[in-house]
Design a protein. Structure first.
Length: 368
């Protein structure tokens, strides 16, 4: 009974954590379920000196058996490379973050991550939303995800909210842009999002830069502490060379007018959701060729070593028990070490994916 109570004490706070991360680009569509860890990646303190029959404390053994849901492996071809590169540059320059989105749940989780990590209390939050025809298959998931995010904003302290929508300035003329300043009237904001309809749009690059500059001209910004722009769309901005009125540099200059830093967080909705690798057609952990050789020490107080069976090119990602990515690295080796001391105690899942998109998973526990 004492062990069960202790496990409950460990597991429940972890389920409530949505704000401890260092998340990166992610993600995907249908979740994979990770079952109990494989015998050969169970806790090891040192791969050369510790036997395979290490007896794990019952409390940790029970926690290791918890089911964890992960996003499936992403097929990078589902996204336009130019869009990814453009928005990644925008996020890097402004100390924001670019995220790849393929479901309403992932939209909600990633925006929640942004809101939590950036402490938007007493801040200004501006949503720039693409409502062109290419978003027709995605607008429902955007509405669903936004409903939960707006509800979450109500729990924050005096967050001012505005929503701007955009189409293509060159072909949508008078209907290309709209702006609504909701202050803290989140109910009105939700009604507005629910009423949105997509239409028109000439080609894939859209008037992202023009939309931000037009929104900035509405004199929305007031906060002296935090200003956040979340761009929700599936296409990059149209440059001057492509017939646009502004370039990214013009948008950045406008953002810097007030000398209060504006952080941009582009959330790219894939227009090619059917091209995802999901758990239906991706190799499963129990059938794929084993990639992970050893994972140690487990439990760990900080550093965790991930040893692959052979050298190669791997993508390694570490997730919390709620499926949120907190560490990510591309490795051209058979060994990688990461310091987990900056993260909360609890259960984590490592997923290692090879060049053929086959993957292997293992669990470990951080307890400092």
């Amino acid at each position: 009974m004492r062990i069960a109570h202790q496990l409950l004490f460990l597991a429940l706070p972890l389920c409530l954590l949505a704000c401890k991360h260092e998340s990166s680009t992610q993600e995907q569509k249908k979740p994979d379920t990770v079952d109990a860890p494989k015998a050969d990646v169970l806790p090891l303190v040192n791969p050369d000196t510790v036997s395979e029959d290490v007896v794990v404390d019952k409390e940790f053994d029970s926690l290791m058996k918890l089911e964890v849901t992960l996003p499936p492996i992403l097929d990078d071809k589902a996204y336009d490379t130019a869009t990814v590169n453009s928005f990644t540059r925008l996020a890097d320059i402004t100390k924001g973050e670019m995220k790849l989105i393929a479901s309403a749940d992932l939209l909600r989780r990633n925006i929640s991550d942004i809101i939590c990590k950036n402490n938007v209390d007493y801040g200004d939050v501006l949503f720039l939303m693409d409502v062109t025809g290419s978003m027709s298959d995605d607008i429902a998931q955007v509405k669903e995800g936004m409903a939960q995010i707006i509800a979450e904003l109500r729990e924050k302290k005096n967050v001012r909210l505005a929503i701007a929508t955009y189409r293509d300035l060159q072909c949508d003329s008078n209907t290309w842009f709209s702006f609504r300043d909701f202050e803290t009237d989140y109910y009105a904001a939700q009604e507005y999002v629910d009423s949105l309809k997509v239409s028109s749009g000439c080609d894939l690059p859209e008037s992202v830069y023009e939309a931000f500059i037009e929104a900035a001209n509405q004199k929305f910004w007031r906060s002296r502490t935090k200003r956040v722009v979340l761009i929700v769309g599936d296409a990059r901005g149209k440059s001057k060379a492509e017939g646009g009125k502004y370039d990214m540099e013009d948008m950045l200059a406008k953002a810097g007018d007030s000398k209060i830093k504006v952080n941009f967080f582009p959330l790219i909705i894939t227009p090619y959701s059917a091209r995802y690798r999901t758990s239906d057609d991706a190799p499963q952990p129990e059938t794929t060729t084993q990639i992970i050789d050893k994972l140690y020490p487990n439990p760990t107080t900080g550093n965790i070593w991930i040893k692959m069976k052979q050298e190669g090119r791997y993508h390694i990602a570490i997730y919390t028990m709620t499926g949120l990515m907190v560490e990510e690295r591309n490795v051209d080796d058979d060994l990688w070490m990461v310091d987990m001391a900056v993260h909360n105690d609890g259960l984590y899942v490592v997923r290692v994916t090879d060049a053929a998109n086959q993957f292997d998973v293992a669990k470990f526990i951080l307890k400092r």
